[in-house]
Design a protein around this ligand. Structure first.
Ligand SMILES: [Zn+2]
Ligand SMILES: [Zn+2]
Length: 291
């Protein structure tokens, strides 16, 4: 199944331009140097007979409203959350108008989140999630546990455990694409979930080390190890100008930018060997047993 991935935001937590900064990147005329807070949108045609277009967003940061307008987003079928930091969750309330439409059609929009993220969302958005909430215009959304694999209208989202400083967070794999943001370390066991990628989207903050974000060098190392056909950097700080940085990156690695979009293969993969199920079809009949 084919889908389309769109970067809604590719900036670090402060966004680029960064407030109060006059550096070359923050004052650049290149639109690719303007980065909203990190998020991606995935769309595909539902394999069900109704064949509707489906829309899934990963993270709703403080720029979500602007990003949804730019992407002309009219519906959302599900949201996945990577973790509970402000730059990934503070747009949740702007889901309201889209959630009213979704609610009339199919009920509240599911928000898939880890226990840690759920706890923070319930605290910040008490007026939305509390069983005693009475605010009439609250978002029609429901928190759902983030399992190892979550299927949304035919597409599996596999959670990928990652470390962000000392915080345990999640990336996601869908088909042959993975989205790993805010990563500073990748547990060894997660690499098995990241084999056979066409597209690796991974955060690379800047060149200088940071306690909870990967540098360009670290991200390049992981990219080489995973051997994805194409690697896209995201969650980018103002130290990295788009054009100048891209010139220094090896073939198959590029900075992403807001609005960039490309087709992705969404055929579901098996967790154990991360091979596309379609590639296993020819093994469906067991070979004859020699006695
Ligand atoms: Zn972040
Ligand atoms: Zn973070």
């Amino acid at each position: 199944m084919d889908g389309l991935l769109t970067f809604m935001g590719t900036g670090t937590s402060m966004g680029v331009p960064t407030l109060g900064c006059d550096c070359a990147v923050c004052t650049s005329d290149d639109p690719r140097d303007r980065r909203l807070r990190p998020s991606v949108l995935l769309t595909w045609r539902d394999p069900d007979p109704d064949g509707r277009e489906r829309f899934v967003v990963i993270d709703t940061g403080p720029d979500f409203r602007e990003q949804a307008l730019r992407s002309r987003l009219k519906r959302i079928d599900a949201i996945f959350y990577t973790h509970s930091h402000a730059d990934h969750i503070l747009g949740l309330d702007d889901l309201r108008p889209l959630s009213f439409t979704a609610f009339r059609e199919s009920g509240p929009i599911p928000l898939y989140a880890s226990p840690e993220t759920t706890e923070v969302l319930e605290r910040i958005y008490d007026y939305t999630f509390s069983p005693h909430a009475t605010y009439p215009n609250r978002a029609r959304v429901r928190l759902e546990p983030l399992e190892e694999r979550t299927t949304v209208h035919g597409v599996d989202f596999i959670r990928i455990p990652l470390l962000h400083g000392n915080m345990k967070i999640f990336g996601f794999r869908f088909g042959r694409t993975a989205y790993l943001t805010d990563v500073s370390a990748i547990p060894e066991s997660s690499f098995a979930l990241l084999e056979g990628l066409d597209n690796l989207i991974i955060s690379a903050l800047r060149y200088e080390p940071h306690p909870s974000h990967a540098t360009v060098k670290q991200a390049l190392g992981w990219s080489r190890r995973m051997g994805a056909r194409q690697t896209w950097f995201t969650h980018i700080a103002h130290e990295l100008g788009h054009e100048a940085t891209n010139r220094t990156l090896p073939e198959g690695v590029q900075l992403s930018y807001d609005g960039l979009s490309f087709p992705v293969n969404l055929d579901n993969v098996s967790l154990n060997h991360a091979a596309p199920l379609s590639a296993l079809a020819h093994c469906a009949t067991p070979p004859p047993v020699n006695s």
